[in-house]
Design a protein around this ligand. Structure first.
Ligand SMILES: C[S@@+](CC[C@H](N)C(=O)[O-])C[C@H]1O[C@@H](n2cnc3c(N)ncnc32)[C@H](O)[C@@H]1O
Length: 178
């Protein structure tokens, strides 16, 4: 578990886009009003509710070998985590600065979310990995676990599961990344 600090210079003028970081969660208690879903939606792939993020983010895993974003950097941050920070605290076109860029996660996510970026990294090999990831981001701007403007409580949208008659769960191939 890691702590994240949020700070501002001017309490009257800072950016906090909470609507940009909502989480789509599977509904556990499907309350209805007049037979209609109360504050959730029914879809072919299940019932979901959009929620504001809580103070504890339990929907994120560290990058591992089968995730496309993974590199050999020993302390690489997940793109999904950085996406939440960037979306909540900046707007498109803003500049995001990371003085310890490592494998480039902050710059890559900033690029994918149409922010400008600036980074510093002392290790030349990590810089090469970051440049490679930035090149890849030109072709693929997806962020695992984030699509359609929402974060999914699991790491994918396509893998949303269907309950079968015996109440087991089919997992899509993407679920390997959860
Ligand atoms: C915790 S890692 C950052 C990982 C990064 N967020 C990622 O997702 O890959 C910190 C990085 O800071 C770099 N670093 C340490 N001291 C530095 C310095 N004085 N100037 C620039 N980079 C430095 C390290 O090489 C390391 O890659």
């Amino acid at each position: 578990m890691e702590d994240i600090w949020f700070a501002e210079k001017n309490p009257k003028d800072y950016c906090f886009n909470v609507d940009a970081v909502k989480v789509k969660r599977r509904v556990i208690a499907p309350y209805r009003t007049d037979g209609k879903p109360k504050d959730w939606e029914e879809t072919e792939t299940g019932n979901f509710r959009l929620t504001f993020p809580s103070n504890l983010w339990d929907d994120i895993s560290v990058p591992f070998w089968s995730m496309p974003e993974n590199t050999d950097h020993p302390t690489q941050k997940p793109e999904k985590l950085i996406a939440k920070l960037i979306l909540a605290s900046s707007n498109p076109g803003d500049k995001v600065f990371d003085p310890f860029l490592g494998s480039g996660t902050t710059a890559v996510v900033a690029k994918k979310l149409n922010r400008n970026f600036l980074g510093i990294e002392i290790n030349p090999e990590y810089c090469r990995w970051a440049i490679k990831r930035l090149k890849n981001a030109e072709k693929d701007s997806t962020i695992q676990g984030y699509s359609d403007g929402v974060f999914w409580e699991r790491n994918t949208s396509q893998n949303i599961t269907k309950r079968t008659s015996n109440n087991t769960t089919h997992l899509g191939s993407d679920s390997l990344f959860d």
